[in-house]
Design a protein around this ligand. Structure first.
Ligand code: FMN
Length: 410
């Protein structure tokens, strides 16, 4: 994620969750942002502005009369005004046009700048219709909102109103800087690896982590699309993968499950990114019970032909799966876009061109998996469009690459 050289005015108002704004500040800084900070008088009771000063920041405390033009200067500095946490008090005051604190005054001086509210308060306060109406009103005037999390509040009440995860806030800040090139479009992404089961515990799969597909889903959401993700075993592989909560997730495990979900969802889709690593084969027969170790060679009549001649063997038959990309391309309506991915170890471009034409794709991203890409954080490869044009993408983080690929299609 990158906010390189973006100017962010971080406004902190008086919530019990103020301490979380320190983590938020550090993440924004790490993402490359230039930051100015205003701390309201109430917020200064919850956290000391000295924390931010210790990180080398100049903190503006809530006295507009101390430095007379700071509200104008700060409003001009900001590429975005981020109010996190945003109190019931400050949100309602802004909506009423009140400008009696440095934060509300700076907001009043920045009508054309994007503003992001991160409400955090007791669930009953968050459910209050006065607040709800005012948030709705503000959303018509260049404000957007990060929905609070649900859980137990500091006072013990349970419900919606908690300060959200920092990842969710960073996502929305980044999103605010993205052009909504896919607004009104429905995007379907498949991610992860299918598992073909031999018996209830054993399966055949591959090392795909789902990271590329997840990155595409997040990037499409940032570009304004409505996004559905068919997720195949993406929990495997260890590293945590952020998926924004506004993405609809459909979990499936094997080829049959993927096919069923894909065909149902494809009809409603404008753009399909088929980033999942789908097994080309399934087991001809799946045992309903765990296959036992003993008696395999006798039962199946198999004889081992490998070096380990004394060991029993188990022969299984594989059947080729249908090519789902070919199937969806065959039923696509005018205007629908099908974007395929392919992993190759040799003749990468040649094989890419062949797959593009055989499967009637609009785009194919083809990568050389001999280069240690599967399951990793980075990717590289070639994008070929249906006119045959090739674009090379150098190795970089999958999130950045995903944004570039979304840009190509948009
Ligand atoms: C202990 C305590 C905790 C509070 N927590 C919150 C909170 O989480 N959210 C909120 O909207 N207000 C909360 N308030 C109320 C605000 O601090 C109060 O409305 C204040 O006037 C806000 O001023 P500001 O919006 O200028 O920062 C809390 C008050 C107290 C005393």
């Amino acid at each position: 994620m990158s906010l390189n050289n973006k100017n962010i005015l971080l406004c902190i108002t008086g919530s019990i969750s103020c301490y979380k704004s320190v983590d938020l500040y550090r993440r924004l800084k790490k993402a490359g942002a230039n930051i100015n900070i205003i701390v309201s008088a109430s917020a200064a009771k919850f956290i000391s502005p000295y924390i931010f000063e210790s990180f080398g920041e100049q903190v503006f405390e809530d006295d507009a009369f101390k430095s007379p033009l700071s509200h104008i200067e700060l409003s001009k500095f900001a590429d975005i005004i981020l109010i996190a946490p945003a109190t019931y008090n400050t949100i309602n005051k802004i909506a009423a046009g009140i400008a009696d604190t440095l934060i509300t005054l700076t907001v009043a001086a920045a009508p054309d700048k994007p503003k992001l509210l991160v409400p955090a308060m007791n669930p009953n306060m968050y459910a209050n219709k006065i607040l709800k109406e005012n948030i709705k009103k503000l959303c018509e005037f260049n404000f957007s909102v990060v929905s609070p999390a649900t859980g137990a509040a500091a006072c013990g009440d349970y419900g919606e109103g908690k300060f959200p995860e920092i990842d969710d806030i960073i996502f929305e800040v980044e999103s605010a800087f993205k052009e909504k090139t896919l607004k009104g479009k429905k995007v379907l992404v498949t991610a992860g690896a299918t598992r073909e089961y031999l018996d209830p515990v054993r399966f055949m799969s591959n090392g795909s982590s789902g990271k590329m597909g997840i990155s595409l889903a997040n990037a499409a959401l940032k570009a304004g699309a409505e996004v559905t993700l068919i997720a195949l075993n993406i929990e495997s592989g260890g590293s945590a993968k952020y998926i924004n909560g506004r993405i609809k997730i459909i979990k499936r495990a094997d080829f049959a499950g993927l096919k069923e979900a894909l065909l149902a969802e494809f009809k409603k889709t404008d753009i399909l990114f088929m980033a999942a690593a789908v097994s080309d084969y399934s087991f001809k027969e799946k045992s309903p019970v765990k296959i036992k170790k003993s008696g395999i060679s006798e039962a199946s009549g198999n004889k081992s032909s490998n070096d380990n001649a004394a060991s029993p063997t188990l022969n299984v038959e594989l059947v080729q799966n249908e090519d789902l990309l070919k199937t969806v391309s065959g039923i696509k309506r005018a205007g629908q876009i099908v974007f395929g991915f392919a992993a190759e170890t040799d003749s990468v471009i040649e094989n890419g061109r062949k797959k593009l034409s055989e499967k009637s794709l609009d785009y194919i991203f083809i990568n050389d998996v001999s280069k240690d890409i599967i399951g990793g954080e980075e990717n590289e490869g070639f994008l070929i469009n249906k006119s045959g044009e090739i674009k090379s993408f150098k190795r970089e983080n999958k999130e950045i690459l995903a944004e570039k690929l979304i840009g190509e299609v948009a």
